[in-house]
Design a protein around this ligand. Structure first.
Ligand code: CA
Length: 245
């Protein structure tokens, strides 16, 4: 997940960069409207390839050299469809309407809650990859996960998972090859519920392993102490990468 952050307040930009990185995003920061426009334009052109470019733009309204509203409007007029979350100190409704009219997909007034920002970025990101996220069969080695049917099998053997186990596995398989932080799992699978026992993820990952790995003598989910969990992208049998088209 790649996000372009266009924010001229350097301190806020730093906080955003750090928070988004911790939440698993690849972040590029620009402090200037024109530079952000150029970066986003490149992203928009290559979006069809889906391998490069940004998944979401986080665009401050007040930017030097080209304001966020202009950046947004110009990108849209050039056919760049990358989802845009506008950020502004102006919380007034007319401004919100102007921002959405310019082609922004969502709008958040400063000061904002970081968790809310992260949730909204994820929602925007999900919106542009619905087919991949919602329907595409995920495969890692002989482990298959069908998001639509909510079925999991290994080497043709159906595996019964609980809702949480399934959601964790799906998240890890969607991001195969990448470390998924405990924060991200809590956020995506438990929707940010905070009154959870601290070992809730370990318990579910443990029961997940007991179902998808132990009976088959495999090790699909790696624990990276202090960082999170990772499902390796493919196994030695040469199976296609999970999530590959
Ligand atoms: Ca600003």
């Amino acid at each position: 997940m790649r996000v372009l952050v266009a924010e001229d307040d350097v301190r806020l930009a730093d906080i955003l960069e750090q928070s988004l990185s911790e939440a698993g995003w690849q972040v590029r920061v620009e402090h200037d409207g024109r530079r952000a426009f150029d970066a986003a334009l490149t992203a928009g052109v290559s979006r069809a390839g889906a391998a490069v470019g940004f998944d979401v733009l986080l665009l401050d309204w007040g930017l030097p050299s080209m304001d966020g509203l202009t950046v947004c409007g110009r990108l849209r007029s050039l056919g760049v469809l990358t989802p845009i979350l506008m950020l502004t100190a102006r919380g007034a409704t007319p401004d919100k309407i102007v921002g959405l009219d310019a082609g922004a997909d969502d709008y958040l007034a400063k000061p904002f809650d970081l968790d809310e920002l992260l949730a909204r970025l994820r929602a925007l990101h999900r919106r542009i990859r619905p087919e991949i996220a919602d329907n595409q069969l995920l495969q890692v080695g002989d482990l298959m996960l069908d998001p639509e049917e909510r079925r999991v099998s290994r080497a043709g053997t159906q595996i019964e998972l609980s809702v949480r186990e399934f959601d964790i596995l799906r998240l890890l398989m969607e991001r195969a090859g990448k470390v998924v932080s405990r924060y991200t799992i809590l956020d995506e699978v438990w929707d940010g519920e905070t009154d959870l026992r601290s070992n809730v993820i370990d318990v579910h990952v443990g029961s997940l392993r007991a179902k998808i790995d132990r009976p088959f003598g495999t090790t699909t989910i790696k624990t990276l102490r202090g960082a999170g969990y990772r499902v390796e992208k493919s196994t030695t049998d040469g199976a296609p990468d999970a999530g590959a088209p």
